[in-house]
Design a protein. Sequence first.
Lengths: 232, 285
Amino acid sequence: MLVVEGLVAGYGSSAVLHGVDFEVREGEVVALLGRNGAGKTTTLRAVMGLVKVRGGRVRFRDTELAGRAPFEVAHLGIAYVPDDRRIFPDLTVEENLLLARYASGRHGAWDLDRVYRLFPALRELRHLRGTQLSGGQQKMLAVGRALMSNPDLLLLDEPVEGLAPLVVRQLEQTLREIRQAGVTILLADQNLRFCRRVADRGYVLDKGAVQVGGPMEAIASDERTVRQYLAV
Amino acid sequence: MEVLAYQGLIGLSSAMYLWLISAGLTIIFGVLGVLNFAHGSLFMLGAYLGYTLYGVVGLPFGVAVLASMAAVALLGAAVERGLLRPLYGLDPSYQLLLTFGLVLFLDDLAKLVWGGVFRIPPIPPWLQGSVVLFGRPYPLYNAFLMATGALVGGGLWVLFDRTWWGRAVRATAADRDMAAALGIRTPGVFSSVFMLGSALAALGGALSTPVRPVAPGIGAAMIVQAFIITVIGGLGNLRGAFAGSLLVGVLSSYGTLWFPEFELFFVFAIMAAVLLVRPQGLFAR
C-alpha cells in the first residue's frame, strides 16, 4: 500500500533522513520505532507532504507522493495525527471533526456518530472549544478528526506519549477497532510494549535510516536491537 | 447635548467606511500573515472605478459598486497568485517591499488614467437629501454608509462563523500545516481571502467618494488609518477592527469638532492610549 524507498528529507539545510526504506501492506499495523531524534516524526511528515522530500520515492498505491502538497495527500486517503495534536483552538470539538470530513471530501463509514461511539467522551465535549480540552481529550479528538476523513491509511505520531497506563490500554483497544474497520495504520512511537501489543511489523530507525525491520515479535525479543536502538 | 449626539452619528458613518477598509486588511493579515501596504491603494482603485462606472459611464449605482468590487477582487487574486505567492517562504520584509512597490505603481497608474485632480462622483438621487436628527439635517448618504457597514459586519460574521468556508479559513489561520494535512486547499484559501479583503477595500472606496473625494495618494493616507485601527483592535482580529473603527471614527469626529486643526493627531493619540493599556490590542488573544 505504502512503499518508501531511499527517502531523504530534512529541515532547512540539514537532512534528518538519509535513505529510509520500509513498506506498509493493506490491513497491517506497522510501527516505526527509535529514540527521540531518530527520524520517526520526519518520516511521517515527509509521507504527508509536510516536509519536502529531497530524494527517494514515496509510493501510495499507484501514486508517487513526493512533491505533492499535503492536501493532495489527504485527498488520496492518508490522514495524519501529529504528536502535538494540533487541534484548532477556536473551533468546537464538533467543528474540528466535521471540518475534516468537509475538507477531505471523502465520505464513508466514519461520521460523527461513529467517532462518538469510538470516543464517547467526545460526545459530551462536543460544544467545547479545542483549547478547553485536556491533553488526553485532545489526543482522542485528533484521532477522531483523522478518522472523519475516512482514510485508508492512518499515520499516528506518538499516540501514547504522555498518556496514563489505563488510557494506553484503552487506546490499544481503540486501534484494534479502527483496524477492524479496515484502516491500515502506520504509527511512530518509542514505547516498545505498546507497539508490541498493537503492531504486526516494525522498523527500527536510528540516525535517519532503518536499521532493523521485521515482525514486531522478532524485534521486541531481539535483545541486541532493543539495547542498541530502543533502550533509554 | 444634541450637538454631541449629532457629531457621534457623523463619526459613526465615517467609522463605517474605516471599518470596510480595515476589515479587509485585518482578515488578510490574520490568515496569510501578510501586511498588505497596498490595501489603501485597492481602496483608491475602488473609489476611482466607482467614480468612473457610476459618474462617467452611467451604470446604476449598485451595479457600479459591485463591478468595482469584482474588478479589484480579481486584481487582488492576480497579486496574491502572481506576486505574493513566491514570497511566502521568505523573510517578511520582501512582502512589505513588494506591497509598498505596488502602492507607488498603483498611484502612478491612477495618475495616468484619471489625472492628478480630485474626482467626486455624484450621489445617486435616491441617496440624496437628509433626515432631521437632533434638530439638524443628517445626510441620508451617511445613514446609508452606516447601514452598509453594519450589513457587511453581519455578513462577515455569518461567513466566518457559520459556513464551512469560514471554518476552513479559521483553521488555516490557526495552523496552516495541519489544515492542509486535513485536506483543506490552503492555496485556494489564501487566494479567496485576499480576494475578499480586496473587494472590501474596493467597497469602502467606491462608497466613500461622495464624502471623501478621490485623488492619487489617498491610498497612503487610508492605509495609515486602517493600520492604526487594526493595531488598536489587535492585528488579525475582525471584531477588533470593528471596535477600533468605531473608536477612531467617533472619537476623531468629536476631536475635529473641538480641535479641528488636530484631526490626524487624534487617531495617533487613541492608538497610543490603547497600546499603553493593552499593548496587544483590544481583542487580541
